[in-house]
Design a binder for this molecule. Sequence first.
Ligand code: PLP
Ligand code: ZN
Length: 435
Amino acid sequence: MSDIRTLQCRECGKEYAPGAIYACEMCFGPLEVVYDYAVIGERVSHESIQRGPQSLWRYASLLPVDEIPVANLGTGFTPLIKAERLGAEIGLPNLYVKDDTRNPTGSFKDRVVAVAMAKAHDLKFSTIACASTGNLAHSVAAHAAKAGVASFVFVPETIEEAKITATAVYGGVVVTVAGNYDKVNRLCAEVAGTFPWAFVNVNLRPYYAEGSKTLAFETAEQLGWRVPDHCVVPCASGSLLTKIHKGFEELHKVWLLSDKPETRISGAQAEGCAPIANAFHEDAEWVTPVKPDTIAKSLAIGDPADGVYAIDVVKKTGGSFGIVSDAEVVEAMQLLARTEGIFAETAGGVTIATVCQLAAKGVIRPDEKVVAYVTGHGLKTMDALHKGVKTMETTPSLSDFQHVLLESGYDASRDAGGPGPVLPFATFESRFSEG
Ligand SMILES: Cc1ncc(COP(=O)(O)O)c(C=O)c1O
Ligand SMILES: [Zn+2]
């Protein structure tokens, strides 16, 4: 199905046969999947893609898999929503939200896992594993359940309770590690060298990361085979950001976009874990690791593997980075929910807060067609919001309810001229008591 030419070192260019390897033997640089674009370009067209399934598998010819896997949960082809009400509040009339909360386990990680699982199947692994900040673990456990294979997912013990419960329910092994993500990742590199397991984001990382390109493919297709002017992408390792860029470039290489894409790509990080954004703003040559301390736990990678590559993309496309406080993250989660009806997790709050920040600074211009990537569902990070939401409390008595309603500042004139009650309350009450 796919036309992988080779795996190639991003640093020294050395090529390797496609297998379960991820680092260059010569320089330890990360490996990247390289395709034969001339062959793919002959085979794909807008029509052939549009005839495909309503999932990320419609782009299988641009993914490193031999066949669509059995462990297919129907990931992808999530809606691209014109965010009219949010855009009006923040002065961006051409704002869109790519709503990846709609994936099977509620985050964009289903995309990378779908591809990694297919590759694990091709390479005949029988146990799937990962190092995760939460969402990846959730997705790996679900896909393993569907495929009927064993899973071991490793997470920091401090991640949200909801993510641990939602992962453990699938029946695989959830290993909580006493340490932050960077410690978990180091442990997993050692485990991957000891056990014959497919660690989706360690020994299968080159293939896994390719799944993120489908966010770019879908965005372009949903905009009528055009790219946006500006994208805002949340960053943990930085991989997703680099792959959205690669996705747009590939569409042009296989002749699915007539013009060379010129999308500006900006990254989003939380103040309590912003190693990539800090390095960008300081114009540093290296990304200096930090100790994460933020409510945006899914983005809490202090030593990001793809940080320098993400900065390179942001620089060459003319984007920037937002750095937002935890308070701004909560405010942005509520803003998105109240204007667009989308409940995002803290990572989505980081993205939306960054859109607001970069728009206020004039980095994102009102004339730009902007896509904000909202990558995870809010039900996974309820703790971040508990103190921020209000309810109205009453006894089950109409007069008590009327009292609290008036106390709350209810403006009855708002409803004047509306259809009114279908039956007066007294009629309801008497019917009810008559049985
Ligand atoms: C919801 C969510 N969004 C974005 C990201 C960032 O992904 P990356 O590590 O590719 O930068 C993550 C990573 O865990 C995530 O869970
Ligand atoms: Zn190398």
